[in-house]
Design a protein. Structure first.
Length: 300
C-alpha cells in the first residue's frame, strides 16, 4: 500500500516502497477477435488506495503505513471484492472517444465479446494525450468536457455486466506527433498543447486547475456508478522518465525527461484528490516498471 498517503490529513507524508507495489496480470481470455489467447493487459501496477484493505494497518514512527489484509488476486471497489478478468480496450477512437460517432457501437461490440468469454472488466483510456479532454482556456484547464459521454460509456459497460477502469492519462501526452492532426500541422498549436501537458507535472497551479475543474467534477459525476471500478492515473509513466517521446518532437521544442519526483508528485496529487472525493474506488498506476521509476525509498 502507498505509505505516503495519510488518511487523516490527506497529505504526502512518507515514501513509496517496493514491497507496497502490487502488479496484477489477470488470466487469459479466448479472443473472439483472433480465436487465440489474449492476455488481460491490466498492468494495474498498483497503488490501490483502499481503506478497507488497510483495516489492520499500523502507522510507524516515521509516519509510514504498512500493508494490512489483502486477498491476492482481488481488488475491492465500492464494497465489491473482484478478480478483474477482461481486456485493455484502450480506445475506440484514439483520445477522441468522447466525441467519436463510432465509439458507442464499437464498445457495445467489444463489451459483449468480453462478457461472452467470461470477462468482467475493461480498461478504457480517457484523456490519453489531452486531445479533447480536459477542456483548456489558454494554458489552464477550465472544465472536463463531456461528462455525459463518460456516464453513457459506463452505462454501456454495466449493461453487459462489466466494470471499467478509467485510465486518465498516458505517456503519449508528451508525443508532439500526436497533435499533428488536431493542430493541422501548425507548429505553434502543437507546441502549446505539448507545453500545457508538461505544465501538469512542473507547474503546481496547472495541476491544481486540472484537479479542481476537471478531475473532481468527473469523480463526483460518476461516483457510485456500478460500471466503475476505479481510476488508473497514467499509462506507462516510465515513458516520461525514459524519454520515449523524444524521437517524435521534430521541430517542436521537446521537453526534458521528467524526474522521479515529478512523476510521483503528479500521481500522488491526483490519487489524493480522487480518494478524498470518492473513497470507494480503486486508484492505480498502469506501469510494469513503477519500482524502477520511483526507486525503493523516494520521498515526495
Amino acid at each position: 500500500m502507498p505509505s505516503w498517503f495519510n488518511y487523516k490529513t490527506y497529505q504526502c507524508t512518507a515514501e513509496f516502497t517496493i514491497n507496497q507495489l502490487i502488479i496484477r496480470n489477470a488470466s487469459m481470455l479466448l479472443s473472439s477477435f483472433t480465436n487465440k489467447l489474449l492476455p488481460f493487459i491490466f498492468l494495474l501496477a498498483l497503488f490501490s488506495l483502499m481503506p478497507n484493505t488497510m483495516a489492520k494497518s499500523k502507522q510507524n514512527n516515521n509516519n509510514t503505513t504498512r500493508q494490512g489484509n489483502w486477498t491476492p488476486g482481488t481488488i475491492t471497489s465500492q464494497g465489491r471484492k473482484l478478480f478483474l478478468n477482461g481486456a485493455n480496450l484502450a480506445w475506440g477512437s484514439f483520445a477522441s472517444d468522447l466525441s467519436s460517432g463510432s465509439t458507442l457501437s464499437t464498445f457495445d461490440k467489444w463489451f459483449s465479446q468480453i462478457a461472452g468469454k467470461g470477462g468482467n472488466a475493461a480498461r478504457w483510456w480517457l484523456h490519453t494525450n489531452g486531445n479533447e479532454s480536459p477542456v483548456w482556456s489558454g494554458s489552464s484547464v477550465s472544465s472536463f468536457g463531456r461528462l455525459d459521454r463518460v456516464k453513457t460509456i459506463l452505462d454501456l459497460a454495466a449493461s453487459k455486466g462489466l466494470v471499467l477502469e478509467i485510465c486518465l492519462w498516458s505517456f503519449d501526452m508528451f508525443d508532439a506527433r500526436q497533435f499533428q492532426y488536431v493542430c493541422k500541422n501548425d507548429k505553434g498549436c502543437m507546441q502549446n498543447r505539448l507545453d500545457r501537458n508538461v505544465a501538469l507535472f512542473r507547474n503546481p497551479s496547472s495541476l491544481q486547475a486540472y484537479i479542481d475543474k476537471a478531475l473532481i467534477p468527473l469523480v463526483n459525476y460518476v461516483k457510485g456508478h456500478k460500471g466503475l471500478v476505479g481510476y488508473d492515473i497514467i499509462n506507462e509513466p516510465e515513458g516520461l522518465e525514459g524519454g520515449w517521446y523524444q524521437d517524435g518532437c521534430g521541430s517542436v521544442r521537446c521537453p526534458s525527461r521528467l524526474s522521479k519526483e515529478e512523476i510521483a508528485r503528479f500521481a500522488n496529487k491526483i490519487a489524493g484528490a480522487i480518494r478524498r472525493t470518492d473513497s470507494s474506488v480503486s486508484v492505480t498506476v498502469g506501469s510494469l516498471f513503477w519500482p524502477t521509476i520511483i526507486g525503493s525509498t523516494l520521498t515526495v
